[in-house]
Design a protein around this ligand. Sequence first.
Ligand code: PSU
Ligand code: MN
Length: 304
Amino acid sequence: MNQYLDIHPDVAKALANNQPVVALESTIISHGMPWPENSETAKLVEQTVRDNGATPATIAIINGRLKVGLSNDEIDELAKAGLSVTKCSRRDLPFVVAKKQMGATTVAATMIIADMAGIKVFATGGIGGVHRGAQETFDISADLQELGKTNVAVVCAGAKSILDLGLTREYLETLGVPVLGYKTNSLPAFYTRESEHTVDYRQDSSEEIAQFLSAKWNMGLEGGVVIANPIPEEYAMDSDKIKNAVEQAVKESVEQNIVGKESTPFLLARVAELTGGDSLASNIQLVLNNARLGSAVAADYCKA
Ligand code: PSU
Ligand code: MN
């Protein structure tokens, strides 16, 4: 066992008994949503996973320990600290561990730690990707490279249109990362159910997805899988409203020269401000929806 890893007893027990476990990330708590909705959502997502027959494992770094499964107090600590917690991707993990600091894990870092613990399925809101203007800025999330090499499936509502969805699709194709659409042929765009892009393979049940995952990993094909799950119809947002907010936020980020790891949190916060409270309500609902599908896929993968 990795000397830096602390697996919560409930998670360890489920893994030892081949029972379903769903990993959850913590950057969505500290950098993705405001207090107190971030704490309420993190706990509600865990409860949703339990209600759907799986064990939740929220992942973060607490005092330099890689935690797989958090207490409610630890969730509150991250939620209150917000942007002052270090946002950790692959590159940042050694620093935060060596300095025994707190860290919130992105999709990439959550995949790494889930893999260390032996967890195969991870549910979140949206993945990072190739940013608009990446031809100039080279801003491509480390989430994509991680998906290319780490064996964890990520259930998400697609990617926000703060990104260039077409370039993100191309990059994933190059890395050999399959993009599955749950009951859809269209790549969902987070707040909206559809985009002008397609998924690689439509899958109509969690069993089908679990069989896909076992075929991939039993063959020894390393890397992750994107399981794109559209936001429930009743919570989807008006596409023009989102489009305008995203364009405005991207424009401001260029004007203010926001780069590197600050870019995504800036855009997320600005889009939320520009769209008012609706986008937060949608964001919460799509995460819950992904937790439900993630639980079902994890359960079927245990049987596959
Ligand atoms: N997209 C969202 N919500 C989020 C994130 C992305 O819609 O909370 C977070 C995730 O933690 C993701 C990270 O892994 O931002 C990507 O950051 P970057 O682009 O700096 O890699
Ligand atoms: Mn980036």
